[in-house]
Design a protein around this ligand. Structure first.
Ligand code: SF4
Ligand code: SF4
Length: 79
């Protein structure tokens, strides 16, 4: 599984949580947002996205985001 740099554009987030469910499914074989290694928090209309220390930078969350919030770039392309 590749390693990616993941850029975040928080203002486009719809709070759909597909990213969290994709991560949870990949690593825990369950749809439980509490297991996700990406955190999506909302305060009013503002969204804050962060990654836990356990994040493997695999890019699965980005592949599950249909709104362009999470953009993955191969680490090999960034060097
Ligand atoms: S990059 Fe991978 S491990 Fe990290 S939050 Fe996204 S899906 Fe989970
Ligand atoms: S999948 Fe994209 S739009 Fe949906 S909560 Fe995650 S970052 Fe936001």
């Amino acid at each position: 599984m590749g390693k990616y740099k993941i850029d975040v554009t928080e203002e486009n987030c719809t709070f759909c949580l597909r990213c969290q469910l994709g991560c949870s499914d990949a690593y825990f074989k369950s749809f439980n947002q509490n297991n996700a290694r990406i955190r999506v928090k909302t305060t009013g209309l503002d969204c804050t996205i962060s990654f836990t220390d356990e994040c493997r930078k695999c890019g699965i969350c980005a592949e599950n985001c249909f709104f362009g919030v999470l953009q993955k770039t191969s680490m090999e392309e960034t060097v």
